[in-house]
Structures are given as C-alpha cells and as structure tokens.
Ligand binder design. Structure first.
Ligand code: FE2
Length: 201
C-alpha cells in the first residue's frame, strides 16, 4: 500500500513571517512530495509495499543495494515529522514533564536551546538536527542527508530540517537565523511533548 503524504497541518502561509508560503509551497509541494513519490515507485511490487514506512526504513538502512529506498523513505518520514514539529502557535518554552526533563538532562532550557541551535548550524551540508530520547535521556544529535534517529534505536522528539531547500528562499545562506527563528517562534511543544510521553510508555 502506497505511503500517503500527510496533509500539511496548517495553511502554507501560516508560518509567516518566519517561513514563507513560497518556501512551504516548494518544500512540501515539491521536495517532500517527490520523496514520497519516489519511495512509492521504488517499493511498488516488492515485499516492502506491504510494510509501514518506518519498518521499511529500518529494514533497508545500511543496505547498499537499497540506498534509493532508504534515502527517499527516510526523507519522506523525516519531512512528515518535521511539519508536525512546527506550528503557527509554537515557540517559547516547553512546560510540564518535558521541561523538567530538559532541565535535568541539559541543565537549563537555555543550554538545550544553545545545543540544538549549534547542532543545526554546524551540520555540514544537508541534514537534520534532532532532540531525541536515547536510553532514557534527552539528547541533541545531528544527522546527514536522509539519516534518521529511527534507525539508531532513538525516539525522535523534535527536528529541524537544515537542507538549504528549507530556508534558502527566505534566509539565503543565513542558516543560523532560520534556526533561531524556528526555535523561538515555531516549535510545536505540544507535538514534542506527545512524542516524549509516548517514549515513556
Ligand atoms: Fe526538507
């Protein structure tokens, strides 16, 4: 069964002025849609066609004969996750148990924010910055290209897409400005909290 690209959880212009409708239009409507289409084309008629996308991504990770399936499948999943990490009502600081855990594992929200922003800014080339749960601890990691914490036994809590297509139309080469604007104004802490709570279960 083909993987269906999830609907964007807000209007294309809902994240302005931090991310423009033009960026979302290309990013969701072209880049993400293409990953989804290529993934579906590659798995059609194979045993992977009957599996969930997370299962397929985990199964083909590291298999050099399945690079196309991995890259397109992981990018399809990563982007579906990314859209949910953003909200027009987002930003600010988390609350409740997730805020407490951030204080416990990073020392403070500000220390966490610095670490996430730094990971996003310093990922060399295309990739992603993540907040993950790993063996009971919150960690910030970065991954290259399509790589995803799903294949590392970690639970994604939050991500920032740092491929140029995520910010170049709005920020050109100023990736740190995109990252700061996203963290301070768009992070969907409700979604992150739900992921954090699911990771405890
Ligand atoms: Fe992207």
């Amino acid at each position: 069964m083909a993987y269906e690209q999830p609907s964007l959880p807000y209007a294309e212009n809902a994240l302005e002025p931090h991310i423009s409708a033009n960026t979302i239009s290309f990013h969701y409507g072209k880049h993400h849609a293409t990953y989804v289409k290529k993934f579906n084309d590659l798995v059609q008629g194979t045993p992977y066609d009957d599996q969930g996308i997370e299962e397929v991504v985990k199964a083909v990770a590291g298999d050099s004969s399945k690079t196309g399936i991995f890259n397109n499948g992981a990018q399809a999943w990563n982007h579906s996750f990314y859209w949910n990490c953003l909200s027009p009502d987002g930003g600010g600081k988390p609350s409740g148990a997730l805020a407490d855990k951030i204080d416990q594992d990073f020392g403070s929200y500000d220390a966490f924010r610095d670490e996430l922003a730094n990971a996003a800014a310093t990922q060399f080339g295309s990739g992603w910055a993540w907040l993950v749960m790993d063996n009971g601890s919150l960690k910030v990691i970065k991954t290259a290209n399509a790589q995803t914490p799903l294949t590392e036994g970690m639970t994604p809590i939050l991500t920032i897409d740092v491929w140029e297509h995520a910010y170049y139309l709005d920020y050109q080469n100023r990736r740190p400005d995109y990252v700061a604007s996203l963290i301070d104004n768009l992070v969907n802490w409700e979604f992150a909290t739900a992921n954090f709570e699911a990771a405890q279960a």
